[in-house]
Design a binder for this molecule. Structure first.
Ligand code: SF4
Length: 452
């Protein structure tokens, strides 16, 4: 009993929120653009963050897990173990664990993502030299508030800058997906976007602290304008493929074995669900909960509690309005020059669940977004849906069970793409067949439009 209390106490102290100013914040990679811009946002506020090199330590991640964990947990564990091993080798006796803080966000709700950082704490503690490296986190429970990670005033502003950075990264991804399949010379878009990303990182560090967002918008508009000139107008429009699924797997190219490039190579144009969609969903859920609390307290006659909840509702409404306003500003600048796919609003996604007939936001998890998001893509004229997820992922399996019959009924090509780090020899054939079906769907759609 005593021992288990000690272990719990150690977990609590070793996975905590505290002021990280001045410490090297180690951030695992998720979407490549998004992670680099998140790190640039931290730098703008005095935290020398860096992105961990990814996927090189997968063998380590697998060695220190049992095989029952979710795949993203193994990948991120491998990333941190590989980094620390290399850093120790590079610095020798100058290796000082006190310099680092490992950043691993979590979510509330039924998913195991809430446990990744605790499990990884236990693994790091198996190495005496890593015990002094704390893990810090943001949580969906308080809509990714950075309170505690930075001094109070900075924390408020950081959250806003990081949100805009996330939207800009989404938009830069969408520029790539819209332009690359039609580029005049192979490699043109990727080379240009790497330069553009470096310019955006610098701009975030320079203008983030003063929240001079117009400078960032000017830059993103220039990027879109230039990228649009790379498109060969003679190339015909390809079938549009929408990706939904688990957020880590669909946005981490190494883990999903570069599925976006693979689909492009087989003749598709891809749109992956955005990171801002998840952030907006978390905020939307917070508002729903606050409204529910307010209504319940009022019904029970607890006036003081109802008033507190009402204040939370107003606060959350303002926050959600702010996010939506900023998102429209960024997309608006790009849409002046390039017809990227606009983002789905969470309310729009919920609408496609057809009054809880297909799924309910009350159940929550990413399944709600993936099911509603896939149906929204179909409504917008997409020709196929891919559900990308870690093998055995609970919400994505639910999503598959709901979407498969629905899309079959509507004759929309659909495929599940589960990953666990191994290569599946038949994946290529499955994707090629899927793309063939999507091309047929595109032709049938064009034929139908001509004749109607
Ligand atoms: S969403 Fe899937 S991969 Fe992520 S924690 Fe839940 S079950 Fe695991």
């Amino acid at each position: 009993m005593q021992a288990s209390h000690k272990a719990l106490d150690r977990l609590r102290r070793g996975v905590d929120r505290f002021d990280v100013t001045g410490r090297i914040l180690l951030v695992p990679q998720m979407p490549p653009f998004g992670t680099r811009l998140l790190v640039a946002s931290f730098r703008a506020f005095g935290v020398p963050a860096r992105v961990l090199e990814t996927y090189k330590g997968l063998a380590l991640g697998k060695e220190f897990t049992s095989g029952k964990e979710c795949f993203p947990c193994q990948v991120t564990l491998g990333d941190i173990l590989y980094f620390l091993k290399e850093e120790k080798r590079r610095l020798g006796k100058d290796f000082d664990p006190q310099r680092y803080v490992y950043f691993l966000p979590e979510s509330d709700g039924p998913c195991r993502f809430g446990m990744y950082n605790k499990l990884q704490r236990i693994v790091l503690d198996r190495f005496p030299e890593y015990r002094a490296i704390p893990i810090t986190y943001l949580s969906s429970e308080d809509a990714y508030s950075v309170a505690g990670l930075l001094p109070k005033k900075k924390a408020r502003y950081f959250r806003r800058v990081a949100y805009v950075a996330a939207v800009i990264a989404d938009v830069m991804d969408r520029i790539v997906w819209r332009v690359r399949p039609y580029e005049m010379r192979p490699g043109l878009t990727d080379a240009f976007m790497e330069e553009a990303l470096q310019a955006m990182e610098k701009a975030l560090v320079a203008f983030g602290p003063t929240r001079d967002f117009s400078r960032l918008y000017d830059l993103v508009e220039d990027i879109a304008k230039t990228a649009a000139t790379f498109m060969d107008p003679r190339k015909p429009r390809r079938p549009k493929i929408g990706i939904v699924g688990e957020i880590y797997l669909r946005s981490h190219p190494d883990s999903n074995q570069n599925i976006i490039r693979q689909i492009e190579a087989y003749g598709g144009e891809v749109v992956d669900a955005s990171i801002a969609e998840w952030l907006n969903y978390v905020s939307y859920e917070r508002l729903r909960k606050a409204q529910e609390q307010c209504a319940q307290a009022w019904r029970r006659g607890h006036k003081a509690e109802a008033l507190r909840a009402a204040k939370a509702v107003v606060h959350q409404r303002l926050e959600n309005g702010y996010q939506s306003w900023r998102q429209h500003q960024v997309y608006g600048r790009v849409l002046r020059h390039l017809d990227i796919q606009p983002d789905h609003s969470v309310r729009h996604i919920e609408h496609f669940l057809d009054h809880d007939r297909h799924f309910s936001f009350d159940i929550g998890t990413e399944a709600a977004l993936s099911i509603g998001g896939a149906l929204a893509y179909i409504h917008e004229g997409f020709d196929g849906i891919v559900n990308v997820f870690p093998f055995s992922c609970m919400p994505s399996t639910v999503c598959s069970a709901v979407l498969k019959p629905l899309l079959l009924e509507r004759r929309i090509p659909y495929v599940d793409a589960p990953y666990d780090g191994t290569s599946q020899p038949n994946r290529d054939v499955i994707l090629k067949t899927f793309l063939y079906q999507a091309q047929q769907h595109q032709k049938a759609r064009a034929h139908h439009t001509e004749n109607s």
